[in-house]
Design a protein around this ligand. Sequence first.
Ligand code: F6R
Length: 614
Amino acid sequence: MCGIVGYVGHKPVVDILLDGLAQLEYRGYDSSGIAVKCSDSIKVYKAEGKLANLRDELSFHAYELSKSTMGIGHIRWATHGAPTVINAHPHTCNCGNLVIVHNGIIENYKELKAELEAKGCIFKSQTDTESVAHLVASIYAEVKDLTKAVHLATQKIQGAYALCIMHNDEPNKIVATKRNAPLVIGLGENEFYIASDVPAFIKHTKRAIYLEDNQVATLTPDKLIIEDENSAKIEPKVELLPWESVALSKMGYKHFMLKEIHEQPDIIRNILVGKLKTSDSEIELNEVNLTKETLKNLNRIQVIACGTSLHAAMIGKYIIENFCSIPVDVEASSEYIYRKTVTDKHTLVIGVSQSGETADTLTAIKQSKARGSHILIITNRPDSAMAREADSLLSVNAGIEVSVAATKSYIAQLTSFYLLALYMAEIKGTMKSDDLRNIKSEMLLLPQKIEQILSHKEEIQKCARKYSGTRDFIYIARGINYPTALEGALKLKEISYINATGYPAGELKHGPIAMLDETMPVLSILMKGSVYEKLLSNSEEAKARNARMIALTNSTDPKLDDLFDFIIRVPEVMELLSPLIAMIPLQLIAYYIAEFLGKDVDQPRNLAKSVTVE
Ligand code: F6R
C-alpha cells in the first residue's frame, strides 16, 4: 500500500503528481505529500487525510510552483506512525537536502535508527521510512553520487520497499529502486514518469518498464539508466501497456460501490462470452496452459488468497471438489507463507487476487513456483506482478474497481471459478452430461436474475434502514454459502464499522449462540437445496433466543413468515450457483446501511485497495 509517483521532464509537475496520486488513492488515503524542485531548492508540501487537503494546501503556492518540472509524490496508508503531517511523506534528512518517498516496510528500521542517531541524525517522525532518508543522506555525504548512495543503502535495508529519492546537489535527477513492492517507469518524449502503478501516468504514455527487484533507476529528463544490484547497466524491456486511460466516473450513482454492484450482470455476460456459448457446447478456456493429460491426472489443488478473494477461493474449493472430485486446500496467503507447506510439481496452485499485487499472495505464489507447482492466477489485473508469475492467467475483466470494498471483482472471480471447475470436469469426465447441461444453462441466466434483484432494491433498502442502528450483526449459512456469510459480514464491517461475523449455522450452538438476545440481528442465507431444512432448524434455534431474524431466501415456503421478522426474496437458482445470487442483496445491505449511517462508502477508514505490505 501507499502509492508513489515521480516525474522528470519539461511539463509543470504539480498537476502531473496530483493527478497521478489521485489515480493511486486506492492504495491509501491517510495523508499525501509532494516534493518539487524549485529554482533554489527542493520544496516539500504535505497534508493529513485525503488528497483534496493537499490540493487545498498547494493552491496557495500555485504561482511559485508553476515552473517546476520535476518532483516526487506520495499517498500514504499508515504502517509505522499515526496518519499525521509529520509522518506524511516525503521525508527528508536533517539538512533537508535529500527527500524520499517510500512504499513498503523497512523491517530493520529500529537498528538503522539507533545507528544513525549515534552518528547525530535527529528523527522527526515515527516512520520506518525516515531511517532510509538519513541512511542515504549519510552515505551520500561520503560518496557524493546519489545513484551510488542508493545502491549502497539498499545493501543495509531489510524489508520491502519502492523508493524514489531526490537530492538538492543533483537537482535534475530522481533515483528509484525497489524490492518486493511495485514500481513502473513510463517513457515519454524527453520525460519520464515513475509510479507504483500504471494508472498514475497512463494518460501520458503507454510505453513502460517494470523495474525488477534490486535494480536502481536514475531518471533525468533526457536519460534513463537502469542498473542491476552490482551497478552494471542493463537494457530494460520496454512494454506497451494494454491499458486505455479511462475517465473514472460514477455514472450518476452516488458512490462507485453502488455503480460497481450494478455492473455485475454485464461483467458475468462478458466473462461467459466465447467461453460458455450454449448449454450444449464445451467450455473453452484456452488460458489454462496445462495439457488435458496433466489435468486428468491432477490430484491436488491449493488455492491461496486474502480477504474477499479468499472467500471466492472457498467457494472455488466447494465447486471444484463437487464438479471434479479433486481435493482442494484453501488458505489465507498470510498464513501459508510462514509454515512448511507441501505443494510441489504435482500440485496446481491457484492464486486469487483482484489487484494482483497483494504482498502475501505474491510471496505465496513465488514460494510455490519455486517448488515447481503450476501457477494459475485469477486476477482483475493482467498487468500485475502476480500475472507476471503466472503459468496460466485467468483475467476476470471486471474493469477498474474503484470502491475499496470489493464487489464486482468478487462476482467475476466466482464466475471464473465456475468456468474453471466446469472445464476441468469436462476433461476429467467427472460430471454427468445432464448435470453439466443444467448448470451451464442456469449460468447463462444469471445476469438476468441479478438484474431482477437490482431492479427491486427497495425491500433491501428498507431492511438496511431497519437494522442500521445495530452494533453487531450475525450472518449464518451452511454448505456452499458459508463463504457467502463470511463475505456478507466482511462487506458490512468494512464500510459501516458494525461488528459483523459470518458463521456456519451448525456451529452457532457450539458457542456463538451465547451472544443472541433481542438486540442481535441474525441473517440466514436460506437457499433451497441440500442444507435448507438444517439451516431452517438452526434459524429456529436462534429465534428461540429472541434474535431479530432476517431471511435471504429463494423459498416461498409460508412457514418462513412466522420465523423471520424480515424476508428478502431472490429469484430461483440451483443451489450450486446460489452464491452468485445470494451475494448481491448482501452487498446492497452493506452499502445501504453504510450510506444511511453517512459513512465514507468508497474509502472506508483504515483500509486500502491494494495491500502491498505483509
Ligand atoms: C474487501 C477487500 C479485501 C481484498 C483483500 C485482497 O472488500 O477488498 O479484503 O479482497 O485485500 O486483495 P486482492 O484481491 O487484491 O488480493
